[in-house]
Design a protein around this ligand. Sequence first.
Ligand code: OXD
Length: 311
Amino acid sequence: MRKLAVIHHRFQDYLPALREAEPRLEIRGWHPRGLPDDPWLADAEGLFVWKLPPGLLQRMPRLAWIQNSGAGMDHLVGEAIPPSIPITRADGQFGYWMARYTAAHLLSEAQRIDECRAAQGERRWAPKLIPEDLTGKLALVYGFGRIGRQIGRALRELGLEVHGFVRTLRADGEFPIHAGRELGPLLGAARVLVLCAPLTAETRGLVDAGLLAQGNAGLTLVNVGRGELVVVPDLLEALDQGRLGQAVLDVFPQEPLESGSPLWDHPKVVVTPHHSGPSTPGAIIPDIIGNLRRFAEGLPILDAVDRGLGY
Ligand code: OXD
């Protein structure tokens, strides 16, 4: 039986689900902070993990596959993992959840829910609080893989005109698609910019003063990708100068967001706790079951990330 080690802060949730999904594997798990001095680990060939605890790789000399428990790979790509070990990622149901998240925050603005609640709090009837019509407004989705496309579809259902941005241009029968560098010129007319791209050398600091200078006072930025896609001081300045209307941030360069961050109490910022794509065994395992089976059968792992690209 091949061995799969589960090193994860929620290993207790994952163990029964993984064992049920692939009973032909011997699966054991530990919290990343409680790694045992156990020869079993040295014999394991598979690893299900989020962030690699220091020294783990040295303790797993037979390692032949790393399954990341989430979608983002940035934390693994920087590690000294031999290129012969395939790394695979898991999107889970993130497209569904992140589409909900984006739609919920945009609709909350468009329906003026905060203002309605404030009027309610004052027992004030406010018939002039007319909801915003989103029909035909421009939505730009930066990072247009599986997740971005699902977000795009949800925004299209709300009546917006959706454009996707990708690293490598390709023909698309469903949405207008652009290369990343075309983002700036469209920003002035956009109602919402959604970031769901992976963090790579190319995307780090994407939303900076230069890009935001092309924004507009009615633009909402939604970041469900990685905090480092955005230069936070530039974002704050753009909000204060009316080059951006609102920022809905689920991810931050440092998480948890530090208590002194000005983002917490900025009136035009919504802070949420990296919850736009909940990863649970129920969401992740269907996504990785193919490779779990292949691993159990000794077959090559499919769909490994491209380390050069960073995702
Ligand atoms: C992920 C995440 O990348 O949860 O999976 O951020």
